[in-house]
Design a protein around this ligand. Structure first.
Ligand SMILES: [Zn+2]
Length: 280
């Protein structure tokens, strides 16, 4: 459930959204971001955080005491974001502990944040947020370059994504009249924001074909889909009626500010402004 302040802002029909991703435990960047927002008189109503909050690597995964330590890192990062705004919605990425995907109930990392992995949360009478974390395998020259975590293949995410984005099911209660803001860590396959061109001769495909298919075939009204994971490919592209948005990595000083507004003509929420920004 949204905080009463966020709910009343949403009821009024306009939300200022701070979009950040791939912080990788870099709390200093969050502090710099807070300073930047103060200097620029930017007040945000909600923060969306698209995963890779901690910085787990090989050898850390599935070691219980390390997972606990990385949960602590996530709490520190999210706590720093709560100094900016007390409504924080996040999903875990492939550098975050498995407990934040699987433990039931999911660990409560801070007072004001909500993990929306495989969940839908209602923000207003006609607005919900839906989330799905982790990564799928990435390919370079047709070979797996980075394995997926915790999703071993692209195929395994299709059914849960379909279930997440279903009208009126018991889990979500998404209604026809709802606008769905979808946030995933990995993005859709086949678009610029998931293509890592660090090596221009051998780009890395980080996206999910399952996600592309689910988005294209969804009966839902999804005006905005946010993803992270692909640090070097911030940008926005359109799939059907959905704007897909990658803010880039806050570790590399990138973030975005968005305005969502209820359009009374269109009977849906629309992205009325978006700005990609860099910390100085
Ligand atoms: Zn990632």
């Amino acid at each position: 459930m949204a905080s009463s302040q966020l709910a009343s802002r949403a009821d009024a029909g306009r939300l200022r959204v701070l979009l950040v991703s791939d912080i990788h435990t870099n709390v200093d960047r969050v502090t710099q971001l807070n300073d930047w927002l103060h200097e620029h008189n930017e007040l945000v109503d909600v923060i969306l955080l698209a995963g890779d909050i901690a910085n787990m690597h090989d050898g850390d995964y599935d070691v219980p005491e390390r997972e606990t330590a990385f949960e602590g890192d996530m709490s520190t990062v999210i706590g720093a974001l709560e100094n900016i705004c007390t409504s924080v919605y996040y999903i875990p990425g492939n550098h975050d502990p498995r407990t934040t995907f699987e433990r039931n109930p999911l660990p409560k990392l801070t007072s004001f944040s909500t993990n929306i992995h495989r969940r839908v949360v209602r923000i207003s009478r006609d607005l919900v947020f839906a989330g799905y974390g982790g990564s799928v395998p990435s390919f370079q020259n047709g070979q797996v370059l980075w394995s997926g975590y915790p999703h071993a293949t692209d195929d395994v995410v299709r059914e849960p994504l379909q279930r997440l984005l279903t009208l009126g099911n018991d889990d979500s209660g998404i209604q026809h009249s709802d606008s769905v803001i979808l946030m995933t860590h990995f993005g859709p396959d086949g678009i610029d924001t998931t293509l890592d061109r660090s090596d221009p001769l051998a780009p890395v495909h980080t996206g999910s074909k399952s996600l592309t298919a689910v988005l294209r075939n969804s009966p839902l009204n999804i005006p905005l889909h946010i993803h992270g994971h692909t640090h070097n490919s911030p940008g926005r592209v359109t799939i059907g009626k959905t704007i897909v948005f990658n803010p880039g990595s806050l570790t590399e000083s990138r973030f975005a500010l968005l305005t969502l507004e209820r359009s009374l003509n269109l009977h849906r929420w629309v992205l009325s402004s978006s700005t990609f920004l860099d910390l100085p």
